[in-house]
Ligand binder design. Structure first.
Ligand code: FES
Length: 150
C-alpha cells in the first residue's frame, strides 16, 4: 500500500488512541487483512507500540493478520459441530492444504480458519467456504471442495 493510501485513510481519524479499532477495521475492509506494514503505519499514526496494537487487535477474532486466500475455509468448532467431527474436519483441512490455522497457502488459493458456532447447529458439522455454508460435511466432500478448480 502506498503512502498516499494510508494518508487518505488516516485523514478520516483524529489520531488518538481511541481510533485504534476503527482504523484497524478500515484497513481490514480495504486490504482484507492487517499486514505488518499496516501495523507499523498505525503505530506511527497513533503513537502506540506495535506490541500494543497486536495485543489489542488479537483480542478480536474478526481481525486477521495474514493475507486471505481466494477461498476462505472456515471450520466450525462450536459444540454441536465439534461432537459431530469438527475437529476431524479441521485436521483434514490442515493436512490437505499443508497449512495451519490462520494461514494461507503459498499459492494464495485458500486460507484456513476455525470459527465458533456459525449459528446453524442442526446442520452440523458445518464448514463455510467464503460465504457459502456447507452442512453435514464429511472429509470426502471437503476434499472435493478443496480440489475443485474455480
Ligand atoms: S456449533 Fe457449528 S454451527 Fe453451531
Amino acid at each position: 500500500m502506498k503512502d498516499k493510501d494510508y494518508s487518505r485513510l488516516f485523514a478520516e481519524f483524529e489520531g488518538v488512541e481511541a481510533d485504534l479499532i476503527p482504523v484497524l477495521v478500515r484497513i481490514q475492509e480495504r486490504d482484507g487483512y492487517i499486514s505488518e506494514e499496516a501495523v507499523r503505519r498505525v503505530s506511527r499514526f497513533l503513537r502506540l507500540s506495535e506490541n500494543q496494537i497486536y495485543g489489542v487487535a488479537s483480542f478480536y477474532p474478526k481481525f486477521r493478520f495474514t493475507e486471505p486466500g481466494k477461498k476462505s475455509i472456515k471450520v466450525c468448532m462450536g459444540t454441536a459441530c465439534h461432537v459431530r467431527g469438527g475437529l476431524f474436519l479441521s485436521e483434514a483441512v490442515g493436512w490437505q492444504l499443508g497449512v495451519g490455522i490462520g494461514q494461507t497457502t503459498a499459492d494464495k488459493r485458500f486460507d484456513f480458519q476455525r470459527a465458533g458456532c456459525l449459528g446453524c447447529c442442526t446442520l452440523a458439522p458445518v464448514v463455510m467456504v467464503n460465504e457459502d455454508v456447507h452442512s453435514r460435511m464429511s472429509v470426502i466432500r471437503l476434499k472435493e471442495i478443496l480440489e475443485k478448480d474455480d
